[in-house]
Design a protein around this ligand. Structure first.
Ligand code: CAA
Length: 283
């Protein structure tokens, strides 16, 4: 199937990055959010990040202008009805995601592919709640989307081969690399990354190291671009905790037990960069 038009649901950190890379790669993109504020913030972020790419010589001013011209925004979900591909990047809550697909479905073409950018919710379960489980896939981008090369493609139990092939080709058009993952808790990247972050929080909790020494150790000792605690702040501590809970519940192994200190920070509302406070203070 030839994908030309893309509907992105949710204009947050992931949604705006996804809209950015699709518009730049030549797709017509409609970005939806229930909040006008979120939409204008997303557009401002996309323009700023495109400008950064221009100033670093990655793209031209004309590329940027063309990408911006291909970007449309709406507060009306049904405006995405004519899209060939839907990418849901809304809040990481199953009820929210399911409700979005249910609301959209009656307005979609039969051939439209549905995807979710979920970082850990079961694709098979989300797909089973739609009218087209064979045309449903996990489509997991990494943050920051314009920079990170990988996209995880996760098949639900009913996903057909044509849908997989279509999305694989789309990832290539974006100039990114697809990794195919089976539908088990947290897929590949977060299955490995989150226990490492959780272990870094335990290392802090048990007094083995300070925030600074833990992050410096992993940056200088393991060549990670960001230390694990800095990365946790960047991803959002609530997201890290939610993913650890999915691993703990889904795999029933105590090795995935979220660190009590991570839980405490989330309870305090210290969610990382987005609340100006996490393991670091951004105020
Ligand atoms: N949009 C466009 N370009 C951006 C950008 C953005 N939002 N943020 C950074 N860049 C570009 C910069 O322009 C720069 O480009 P060049 O190399 O071409 O000049 C490059 O990225 C590096 O940026 P900076 O020099 O400003 O900063 P940096 O060197 O400190 O890198 C970083 C920043 C790319 C974020 C780097 O620290 C990094 O890779 N961190 C780890 C990120 C990571 O692990 N992400 C995965 C999180 S897990 C996830 O997303 C899955 C999940 O479900 C939770």
């Amino acid at each position: 199937m030839d994908i030309r038009t893309v509907g992105v649901v949710g204009a947050g950190q992931m949604g705006n990055g996804i809209a950015h890379v699709f518009a730049l790669a030549g797709f017509e993109v409609t970005l939806h959010d229930i909040s006008e504020d979120a939409l204008s913030r997303a557009l401002a972020t996309i323009e700023k990040n495109l400008e950064r790419q221009v100033s670093r010589g990655k793209i031209t001013g004309a590329d940027k202008a063309a990408a911006v011209a291909r970007l449309h925004t709406t507060k009306t979900l049904t405006d995405l009805g004519q899209s060939d591909l839907i990418i849901e990047a809304a809040t990481e809550r199953e009820t929210v995601k399911t409700a979005i697909f249910e609301d959209l479905q009656p307005h979609l073409k039969p051939e439209t592919i549905l995807t979710s950018n979920t970082s850990s919710i079961s694709i098979t379960r989300l797909a089973s709640r739609t009218d087209r489980p064979e045309k449903f896939m996990g489509f997991h981008f990494m943050n920051p989307v314009p920079v990170m090369q990988l996209v995880e493609l996760i098949r639900g139990i009913a996903t057909d081969e044509e849908t997989f092939k279509t999305l694989h080709a789309v990832v290539e058009r974006l100039g990114k690399t697809a990794a195919s993952a089976e539908d088990f808790p947290a897929f590949i990247v977060n299955r490995i990354l989150m226990p490492m972050i959780n272990e870094a929080v335990y290392t802090l909790y048990e007094g083995v190291g300070s925030v600074k020494s833990i992050d410096e150790s992993m940056k200088l000792g393991a060549n990670h671009p960001m230390g694990p605690l800095e990365l946790a702040d960047f991803i959002g501590l609530d997201t890290c905790l939610a993913i650890m809970n999915v691993l703990h519940d889904g795999l029933a192994d105590t090795k995935y037990r979220p660190c009590p200190l991570l839980t405490k920070y989330v309870e305090a509302g210290w969610l990382g960069r987005k609340t100006q406070r996490g393991f670091y203070d951004y105020r």
